[in-house]
Design a protein around this ligand. Sequence first.
Ligand code: HEC
Ligand code: HEC
Ligand code: HEC
Ligand code: HEC
Ligand code: HEC
Length: 241
Amino acid sequence: MEQQMRSSGNSPKGGWLSTLIDLVLSYYARIISQPFQSGLVWFLGGLGGALFVGWILFPMALYSEQTQPINFSHAIHTMPDIGLDEPTELGRCLHCHSFRNDGTFAGIPKLETCMECHDDPESPLGETAEEKKFLKQYVANEKEVPWFSYYKQPDCVYFPHIAHVKMGKIDCRTCHGDHAKTDNLPLYKKNRLTKYSINIWGKHISGYKANTWDRMKMDDCAECHTKTGHEENNACFVCHK
Ligand code: HEC
Ligand code: HEC
Ligand code: HEC
Ligand code: HEC
Ligand code: HEC
């Protein structure tokens, strides 16, 4: 009796709603049970194909990849006991990446700095094959290592390290991430269209940025200037001399 009452009480609403649900379910059941006739296979295949091209093939084709001439370990060379007479880590960075007397940044060190320690091509300081290669190809011939620079901006951009490191007191890591903690150099990836390194335009084509160092485009520079109360540096002529 109660059973009957409940079901009959529900019937007006349950009626059209369950018909609708049945209709929708049977529609999907038909699509799934007849994937070819219904076009499901073609739809999913097309979607998968588009995602594969967009997310995997296109980014792969977009960048040319080059290996650095030798592998340089920052992890080894920034250790306190490496032989640089600098008590702090920043001091060791600035020994190799020094400021000239006029305040300009020397960037990647020249062979001369390496030869403060790697002075004799016949007697390596460690055991690695990489060091022997470095001694044989570069130190013995006094030839500069042709490094690829991951962070180099186009020539039209003026970026003074001294304003950021000395005046702004910003950590190297804020803009360069953990490059100085690594043992192995990443591939150098250059965007074939813009000619920019992947470190400038960012790893994600979508523009997604999880860390301050993921990208260093014009708006990333300006964003930090605004955040740190230095909007005065967001005029074109400040960054483009
Ligand atoms: C302050 C001294 C010092 C300076 C300056 C220095 N090195 Fe070294 N380097 C060492 C020592 C010590 C080792 C051996 C570490 C080991 O294998 O235990 C080493 C190891 C290496 C190796 C083999 C390990 C590796 O993969 O990094 C390479 C290659 C190398 N150095 C290249 C360079 C280059 C290029 C420069 C200049 C930019 C340079 N070094 C500057 C002290 C120095
Ligand atoms: C012994 C010398 C030496 C020391 C000390 C050193 N570096 Fe370097 N650094 C190099 C060399 C050589 C390269 C070029 C190869 C490479 O990309 O690692 C380089 C490259 C870099 C780059 C990449 C620049 C670019 O555009 O490709 C960054 C960033 C960097 N160093 C940061 C640091 C920081 C931060 C420290 C201190 C924690 C440091 N380095 C200490 C020698 C040194
Ligand atoms: C505010 C962001 C920022 C900070 C902080 C910063 N850098 Fe840079 N770094 C850059 C930019 C931008 C470039 C590219 C400059 C250019 O192309 O003129 C660069 C380039 C470099 C290069 C390559 C230069 C070349 O000529 O190839 C090295 C090496 C480097 N930085 C090391 C460091 C070290 C070491 C520190 C800390 C003492 C540091 N940077 C702090 C943003 C920064
Ligand atoms: C993480 C924060 C940060 C990022 C990223 C940053 N800047 Fe700055 N920048 C500053 C600060 C802070 C100052 C002001 C320093 C001061 O005068 O104390 C400044 C000052 C400057 C100045 C003025 C220097 C002077 O002589 O007065 C220029 C030019 C500049 N930035 C260019 C750039 C460019 C180009 C980029 C991107 C490639 C960039 N900055 C990225 C924080 C940043
Ligand atoms: C805070 C620093 C900063 C300011 C301010 C700034 N730029 Fe830039 N600009 C950059 C950097 C860094 C790049 C290279 C990376 C990129 O393309 O975003 C760049 C790239 C460009 C390019 C492309 C150049 C090329 O070779 O691809 C143009 C054009 C340009 N800027 C124009 C302007 C104009 C116009 C203004 C003023 C409205 C301006 N910029 C203000 C930092 C700045």
